[in-house]
Design a protein around this ligand. Structure first.
Ligand code: SAH
Ligand code: SF4
Ligand code: F3S
Length: 488
């Protein structure tokens, strides 16, 4: 399948790294500050959200931002380690910056995020041009670290915290369309999926004060935003206790359930900010999503009917090796509960890993048959990439040859394309409420937005504005997009 087609239909292949691995760079601000910061982000939405926190911290410390790295005094790369390819991309990028550093040795080059955390000071030795390394929990220390480099030293902080949530920091929105924004609600991950590097790069799971989350949502609404996505690696295990002393999750569990705010309650609190503020969330872990969450979604029209529920594999033995702590039947029951409570229109998407250690052809075909059962609207699809330090690297052999991994991945991609088209056909000749996010990529005469199930809808603009809700009657579709006309 042609690469541009894969992109066009919204299905991402390994060659493109991942969902979230489009690069995003900082915008331009000109407030007359003395130094310019350029920040480029890779990886998941959490990383993009962190770059907004980093920008907030540094713009308070004498920096303007720039979208042109050639005019920057400080270049920061916020990096991802999820697959080997993600790290390779960053290394190649650092090579590009090498030329700039040669021309202007005073430019500070720093690495943030998951690769910084994984490699720590080794990065300074491996990548000679790097001056600064800061892990995901060390961003408050950035002004000091920059100063250290100014004073002629190299600077490293990869301390992982059990408490840091940056709750009090008001993110500077980068790449914003002014309509949709991300709000981090928790950090870290306490699951130990055997393939995954995240628990090592992001540390222990901790939940952010719900009142700071609600305030951020209110503030965004007042500034004209109409959709927030609540972000965490495993949002359904969100847990927060009002008792300041009880910060760690283990302690919260001991404190009893009465004064604990869980994810369903948090969702409700954010939904109540305003009926015109849409709420989305990501990612849900199949073992943790509760019926309470599903009923809360049903109760509020402004909570979008869309769940990203990564399966990873459709085979119970492989799921056990992956340490996902659910099996095929459990997963199917969750999907049945979603369909029972929220109806068959509720959007469901997944992540898949093709060719995990020892996966047989038959086990791979279980992934394909699970796709048929669930009828996913969308998937992010990858082949397995062994990561140093993970349980899988220690316990299992990465024994599926690359050509087989790639072939299995292509089969998963082809199946998803078929299902996406079928799912979109079910939306034809119906009216969808769409939040307008911007102009269509291909025409200034067309606007685009998404319906509740997260599907992109394109329609002639007439007199409608970005940020408005509009009813669109859908007349045509591709596997990635719905096309229609304004109905009211
Ligand atoms: N917390 C989320 C996933 C975060 S990582 C969850 O549990 O679903 C995003 C996706 O990257 C994962 O869902 C998985 O499909 C993929 N991934 C993670 N580690 C990988 C690896 N070693 N090789 C290939 N894909 C991987
Ligand atoms: Fe990784 Fe699993 Fe945590 Fe997701 S839930 S971040 S896949 S360890
Ligand atoms: Fe990558 Fe780290 Fe996110 S490894 S996917 S940037 S949590």
């Amino acid at each position: 399948m042609a690469e541009d087609l894969i992109q066009d239909i919204g299905i991402l292949s390994e060659t493109e790294t991942e969902a979230c691995e489009t690069v995003k760079v900082s915008k331009d601000t000109h407030t007359g500050k003395s130094r310019k910061l350029y920040i480029e982000s890779y990886g998941c939405q959490m990383n993009f959200s962190d770059s907004e926190i980093v920008t907030s911290i540094l713009t308070q410390e004498g920096f303007d931002t720039t979208s042109d790295f050639e005019e920057a005094d400080v270049i920061l790369l916020n990096t991802c380690s999820i697959r080997d390819k993600a790290e390779q991309t960053v290394r190649n990028r650092l090579n590009n910056f090498n030329t700039i550093k040669k021309q202007n040795p005073d430019v500070l080059v720093g690495v943030l995020g998951c690769m910084a955390e994984r490699l720590k000071s080794k990065l300074l030795e491996e990548e000679k041009i790097v001056d600064l390394v800061a892990g995901p929990d060390a961003y408050r220390d950035l002004p000091n670290l920059v100063k250290k480099v100014d004073d002629g030293d190299k600077a490293v902080n990869t301390f992982l915290s059990r408490e840091e949530t940056y709750a009090d920091i008001s993110p500077v929105r980068l790449n914003s369309n002014g309509v949709t924004a991300f709000i981090s609600i928790m950090r870290g991950c306490d699951n130990m999926c055997s393939f995954c590097v995240v628990p090592f790069t992001r540390g222990r799971e901790r939940s952010r004060d719900p009142y700071s989350i609600v305030n951020e949502a209110k503030d965004l609404f007042n500034k004209g935003y109409r959709e927030v996505t609540l972000l965490g690696q495993n949002v359904d295990s969100y847990k927060w206790s009002p008792n300041e002393e009880l910060k760690g999750k283990a302690q919260i569990e001991k404190s009893g359930e009465d004064n604990v705010i869980n994810f369903a309650q948090l969702l409700e609190m954010v939904a109540l900010v305003h009926p015109d503020l849409r709420i989305r969330f990501s990612t849900s872990h199949p073992k943790d999503i509760t019926d309470d969450v599903l009923y809360t979604m049903k109760k509020y029209e402004n909570i979008c009917k869309y769940i990203h529920l990564p399966a990873q594999s459709g085979n119970s033995r492989v799921l056990e090796l992956m340490n996902r702590t659910y099996d095929r039947d459990w997963y199917m029951e969750k999907v049945d509960a979603i369909r029972d409570i929220l109806g068959k229109e509720c959007g469901i998407s997944s992540d898949w890993i093709a060719g995990f250690c020892s996966e047989t052809e038959e086990e791979h075909s279980d992934s394909i048959s699970l796709m048929d059962y669930v009828q996913y609207d969308f998937s992010y699809m990858f082949y397995y990439s062994e990561r140093p330090g993970t349980l899988a690297e220690k316990k299992y052999k990465d024994d599926i040859p690359l050509n087989i991994k790639k072939r299995r991945l292509q089969e998963i991609i082809a199946k998803q394309q078929e299902i996406s088209l079928n799912r979109n056909k079910l939306d034809l000749n119906k009216t969808h409420k769409v939040l307008i996010e911007g102009y269509s990529k291909r025409s200034n005469e067309h606007l685009q937005g998404r319906n509740t199930a997260n599907k992109v809808v394109i329609f002639p603009k007439q007199d409608k504005q970005i940020g408005e809700y509009v009813n669109v009657f859908v007349k045509d579709c591709s596997a990635a997009t719905l096309f229609g006309e304004i109905a009211d």
